[in-house]
Design a protein around this ligand. Structure first.
Ligand code: IPE
Ligand code: IPE
Ligand code: MG
Length: 245
């Protein structure tokens, strides 16, 4: 795996090891352009491809994309159905791009509510890319941060009940090990598009010390320029982790 690009006096850019993105504003972008909301989701797929390939090229080790939240199931049936169709199409069409860029796909979220076809395509793409040694692409689909913690707590309780774990042996590492994708490093940088200043139930545990970068730009318009701006800004941050620098 490539090493992060170091900061120089001229270019402050530091490529974060792990990046997470709340891809928001598809609906607003479409409505501003006079289209139906779904057109925004369609255009958002192009921004996903650009972001994945550019992050892989720059040497990001893990990219987690918030594609569909647990709460998004409460959207109108038609929008949910179209989002699932788009997701299915993405999982098939992007396979060559993922392979060319040596990207390995992972999933974070609850599988129970996803339909059989979406799950099958997801599993196929995960299997196809399983041996790739480049960037990890962690797609958060049917994902909720609280739900992830609930699932981790249930797993801990099962281990305690079965006598595999003592309650006083439960520490932060034991919790982290039971999250959906324990091999994905905690995000160094959390990007949110479309200007909202909230986390919307995304990676509640993992973003404890993430640097947050918000742009007014809606997701369909997000491109290399915004990504580079985020990384340059990240390079100017002083990460203190509670200590005195
Ligand atoms: C993000 O765009 C995509 C998903 C949540 C699936 P939105 O659909 O939330 O767009 P806005 O926030 O309504 O503009
Ligand atoms: C967060 O966006 C979820 C995804 C980007 C998939 P939302 O549009 O659902 O979040 P809220 O409703 O504005 O908090
Ligand atoms: Mg939104």
């Amino acid at each position: 795996m490539k090493q992060p690009v170091a900061a120089t006096s001229k270019d402050p850019t530091v490529v974060p090891r792990s990046v997470a993105v709340i891809m928001d504003g598809n609906g607003r972008w479409a409505q501003q352009a006079g289209f139906e909301r779904i057109r925004g989701h369609e255009r958002g797929t192009d921004a996903v491809r650009t972001t994945v390939t550019e992050c892989a090229r720059l040497g990001v080790q893990a990219l987690t994309l918030y594609a569909f939240s647990e709460e998004n199931w409460a959207r109108p049936k038609r929008e949910v159905a179209l989002l699932m169709k788009l997701l299915q199409r993405f999982l098939v069409q992007e396979r060559p791009t993922l392979m060319d860029n040596r990207v390995r796909l992972l999933h974070s979220g609850r599988r129970q509510r996803l339909d059989g076809k979406t799950l099958a395509l997801l599993d196929e793409t995960i299997a196809t890319t399983a041996k790739n040694d480049g960037m990890l692409l962690n797609l958060a689909i049917s994902y909720g941060g609280r739900q992830e913690l609930v699932d981790a707590v249930q797993a801990l309780a099962r281990d305690v009940q079965a006598g595999r774990l003592r309650p006083d042996a439960i520490d932060a590492a034991a919790i982290a090990a039971r999250l959906y994708q324990p091999t994905v490093p905690d995000p160094d940088l959390l990007i949110r598009t479309a200007g909202e200043l909230r986390v919307s139930n995304f990676l509640l545990w993992q973003i404890s010390y993430a640097e947050i970068w918000v742009t007014e730009v809606c997701w369909p318009e997000f491109g290399k320029q915004q990504l580079h701006a985020a990384f340059a800004d990240f390079g100017r941050r002083t990460r203190k982790f509670g200590k005195v620098p």
